[in-house]
Ligand binder design. Structure first.
Ligand code: GLC
Length: 459
């Protein structure tokens, strides 16, 4: 077992320290600052234009799916306490033995259209799926290796092609995850903590040249528009090795990539995982990725699900700090999303149906900290809208917006089509809304405050 004894947070710190990328505990920090050469000539405006859809979206779906969904965290009858998609590594499963799982990976119930509808109905605007995770198994039709869904198992369809088509149909952006350094099945791939099977022996640079780089070229050319390339765990990656991948980005004009390529490339956005940042950097784009239970890949024994209310609060908290939320699903080997995930996303979708205006296209809260909840905002030439996400409804109805100056034009519940005015008054501490004393019967109610002229908040 590798040292993941404190579960996901230890993993997070371990990976972050080894690779030097930008996850430290729960805080978002600056990545090593080097603009990718290919993008260095971009102006601020060009970069803003490239990032625009992503900044507006705020909410996406992560999908971790591969052969590891067959053992699903159980090896020789023993439940591994932590590992799902890491099972092969943590249990040191020999390569020939792990490869046998592929024969049982036959997701005949996979329905990409249904998956995309689940994401769309939850209010998600993009999907990032594992084209290849650390076990090296290609979830698409690759001509570079026989270790993939077409050649190593019974399922002959191409899940990535089907997902790409469904995303196009429903207007969601497609992102592809590719583990560029770790590979526990191809000779020479990185295996943190050491190799455990002689089949893994080999030269890492040869692996990059002959497997990883050609496969990234494949995924960027076979599936139409790819909006995001999501690299992961840059073990052993240095500048020179990272440089092998950069030119490939030009195959997809406008593509975004994350900060896990390695070689000190900052990428377009940072990727804190599994926790909510505090005091997130305002000058960098970032996306929190998070599991709904405790595992990325499907794990049959992991029933530790976050509630729908928690997920909504996370989305709101992240948006209130100016970030994106990439929420993960680990589908089963039959090709189904776990019912617990689907139910929760449906509840998030019901909330988004009423309240998505308080998420999409918003920016970070102008207030430093609010005891009763979170705030997101939209600012334009004529004024601003504050969206107050009320976690704790005030018992007496009075809600203080500390330090708010400027002309409040109206306040009302976002869920109220009649926009019945909520009375407000200003005093030396800020603006006080007189909310009804009982909370509306809703999961996380949102109050809109419209401001004319300049938005001003004094600390
Ligand atoms: C970690 C894990 C991995 C997961 C990823 C998602 O790096 O190694 O299993 O894909 O986090 O952010």
């Amino acid at each position: 077992m590798k040292p993941r004894c404190f579960g996901r947070f230890t993993l997070l710190l371990r990976v972050g320290v080894v690779a030097g990328w930008a996850v430290t505990g729960l805080a978002v920090t600056r990545a090593a600052e080097v603009a990718p050469d290919a993008l260095a000539t971009q102006t601020r405006e060009q970069r803003d234009a490239r990032m625009a859809w992503w900044r507006d979206a705020r909410f996406g779906m992560f999908i971790h799916w591969n052969v590891s969904s067959v053992p699903a965290g159980v090896y020789h009858g023993k439940h591994n306490a932590f590992a799902g998609e890491w099972l092969m590594h943590d249990e040191k499963i020999p390569v020939p033995e792990y490869r046998q799982y592929a024969a049982h990976f036959n997701p005949t119930q996979y329905d990409a259209d249904a998956w995309v509808r689940v994401a769309r109905d939850a209010g998600m605007k993009y999907i990032v799926i594992t084209a290849k995770h650390h076990d090296g198994f290609a979830m698409y039709h690759t001509d570079i290796s026989t270790w993939g869904i077409r050649d190593a198992g019974p399922f002959k369809r191409d899940p990535i092609a089907e997902l790409a088509a469904a995303c196009q149909k429903h207007g969601l952006k497609l992102g592809l995850y590719y583990s560029q350094a770790q590979d526990w099945n191809h000779p020479g791939g990185a295996t943190p903590g050491g190799k455990w099977d002689k089949a893994q022996a080999g030269n890492f640079d040869k692996y990059l040249r002959e497997i990883a780089v050609p496969q990234v070229r494949e995924i960027l050319t076979k599936y139409g528009p790819v909006a995001v390339l999501w690299f992961d765990s840059p073990y052993e990656m240095n500048r020179e090795r990272a440089n092998l991948f950069l030119p490939l980005l030009e195959l997809q004009p406008g593509i975004l990539f994350n900060n896990r390529l390695g070689g000190e490339y900052a990428g377009d956005f940072e990727t804190p995982e599994q926790g909510l940042p505090e005091n997130a950097a305002a000058d960098r784009d970032w996306e929190v990725c998070m599991t709904m239970n405790d595992t990325w890949g499907y794990k049959s024994t992991d029933h530790h699900w976050k509630s729908a209310e928690t997920l909504i609060r996370h989305l709101v908290d992240i948006a209130s700090q100016g970030g994106n939320y990439l929420l993960n699903i680990g589908p089963t080997p039959e090709g189904l999303m776990p019912a617990a995930s689907v139910e929760r996303l449906a509840a998030v979708g019901r909330w988004m149906n009423t309240n998505s205006a308080a998420i999409y296209g918003t920016s970070a809260s102008p207030f430093s900290k609010l005891p009763w909840g979170r705030c997101t905002k939209k600012v334009d030439a004529s004024g601003a809208r504050l969206y107050l996400h009320i976690f704790e409804w005030p018992a007496k109805g009075d809600l203080l917006l500390p330090g708010l100056k400027g002309t409040v034009e109206a306040a009302y519940l976002l869920a109220d089509p009649a926009q019945k005015p909520i009375p407000f008054s200003a005093n030396s501490t800020g603006v006080v809304l007189a909310l009804p004393t009982s909370a509306p019967d809703a999961l996380l109610p949102v109050v809109v405050v419209r401001i004319t002229g300049q938005l001003q908040v004094t600390p």
